[in-house]
Design a protein around this ligand. Structure first.
Ligand code: ADP
Length: 451
């Protein structure tokens, strides 16, 4: 039983709240502090409990239970002084033990002696009783307990149990109103945090649905354009009544071939992106000579354009890096593809390699349409395309840069863009030098291969 002198002197919460500041902070300030600093429910709950137990002289251990509206039961979400893992398996029905009772009656109760505590816990189910016994093993039995319902407006949020085990300075009846006021504040905070989290989930779902709808309409649009051409030119070639010169036939077939490439690229990007989303991007690192990779991609792409000039500029002694050559080639190809696509008037495209102390930097610079500052960071988001200006007429999936970013970042590098609208853009990516193969100059490597 709680110390009778404590009851007469009122050494429970009533005392803690009126205490001289030097004796420690009032619980209400502590709760307010948690509210000001914690946004997430999971983090808030244990802090509420620990701060109550620290600031309330009468409380030695405690449990915080939340009401699950889906099945009407209470589950333990915070426990101080108990084995939480065991206690969290308990599920209490309304009316079961003191918390179930608080949930049912909406009233704060003081259980002033071990007999009263045993009586109210006597209706625990056998499973809950065993779990409770296991969670409290080794603890001295409580001498007095208060159980306060957590109610916010009309909503039953849960219950708070505070126990005095030492038998001195225990709770008194006079503490109940102040404890209820604290519990109301906690309940309100829990309910607000829950609503905030629900809102976030709803917003995330809405955003996912919006992106899905956008993706489908984007795909339909991007696929329809090349398909319309393929269909038109192949139908024309098949028309019996029309005869085309061999040059025209060849030209039509050329267009069909190009449009098939566009479709192929789109499907390739989609597949790559879903591989990355599924966490299946596997790197197969090996020593890579980046100047060679860059040159061969540049030669390949340059064959497809008359308007652009390409310069590949790497210092002579460029370190060999450990990287997945296929993936790094893919990054350079994506950046070069964009440099050509988004500089429709042509111009110079420069692929440059630089060696810095800790990393190597590869850049791809064009003299194209450029990118406004507000888009620069967003370009690396999935499906992000600049839908204004000249670029909106260029076919694309909005997946090339996010794919490049994932590849670069999984190599331990960074990727970013700098640009001036109307003057051109430069895309940079880095690869770390740390842990890379021993530095062999391009010359040395070539000599070695020639041998
Ligand atoms: P896309 O398949 O649309 O080209 P990316 O992810 O490669 O997809 O690029 C995303 C967007 O970034 C493009 O739609 C374009 O608006 C912009 N962009 C990318 N590279 C350049 C560039 N070199 N110059 C101007 N805009 C660019």
């Amino acid at each position: 039983m709680c110390d009778p002198s404590a009851i007469s002197e009122g050494l429970g919460l009533a005392d803690a709240q009126t205490a001289d500041r030097d004796q420690g902070p009032a619980p209400i300030f502590e709760i307010a502090k948690i509210l000001a600093t914690e946004q997430e429910l999971e983090a808030m709950l244990p802090k509420f409990l620990s701060s109550l137990i620290e600031t309330l002289e009468a409380a030695d251990t405690g449990i915080l239970l939340l009401h699950d509206p889906s099945d009407g039961q209470l589950t333990v979400k915070g426990a101080q002084g108990y084995d939480f893992a065991t206690l969290s398996q308990i599920r209490l029905a309304p009316g079961e033990a003191m918390s179930g009772r608080a949930l049912q009656t909406g009233q704060a109760e003081l259980y002033p002696a071990p007999e009263a505590i045993a009586a109210v816990r006597s209706n625990l189910t056998p499973t809950n009783r065993d779990l409770f016994a296991a969670a409290t093993a080794g603890l001295s039995p409580p001498q007095c307990v208060v159980c306060v319902p957590l109610v916010s407006g009309e909503t039953s949020v849960g219950a708070l149990v505070l126990e005095n085990r030492r038998g001195v300075s225990g709770f008194v009846h006079a503490d109940l109103p102040s404890l209820q006021a604290l519990a109301d504040l906690i309940a309100f905070s829990i309910e607000s945090a829950r609503l905030r989290e629900e809102l976030q989930v709803t917003r995330a779902l809405e955003e996912a649905n919006r992106l899905k709808a956008e993706l489908i309409s984007m795909l339909a649009h991007e696929m329809r354009t090349p398909l319309t051409s393929i269909k038109g030119y192949s139908t024309a070639l098949l028309m019996e009544e029309a005869t085309f010169s061999p040059e025209t036939q060849r030209e039509f077939l050329h267009i069909v071939d190009e449009e098939c490439d566009v479709l192929q690229d789109l499907i390739h990007d989609l597949l790559e992106s879903s591989i990355i989303d599924a966490g299946l991007l596997k790197l197969e690192p090996q020593p890579v000579m980046l100047p060679r990779v860059a040159q061969s991609v540049a030669d390949d792409i340059a064959r497809r354009t008359q308007k652009h000039r390409v310069l590949v500029d790497f210092p002579e002694r460029f370190p060999i890096v450990d990287a997945d050559p296929r993936r790094i080639e893919q990054v350079i190809r994506n950046l070069l593809d964009n440099a050509f696509k988004y500089s429709p008037a042509g111009g110079l495209v420069v692929v440059r390699g630089e060696v810095q102390e800790r990393e190597i930097v590869i850049s791809v610079a064009d003299q194209g349409m450029g990118i406004a500052p507000e888009h620069l960071n967003r370009l690396f988001e999935k499906f992000y395309r600049i839908e204004s200006g000249l670029g909106r007429h260029v076919v694309g999936s909005g997946l090339g840069l996010p794919i490049a970013r994932t590849i670069v970042e999984s190599h331990g590098g960074r990727i970013w863009a700098e640009s001036q609208v109307g003057e051109g853009s430069t895309f940079y990516f880095t690869l770390p030098r740390e842990g890379l193969s021993q530095e062999l100059s391009t010359e040395q490597e070539e000599e070695r291969q020639d041998e």
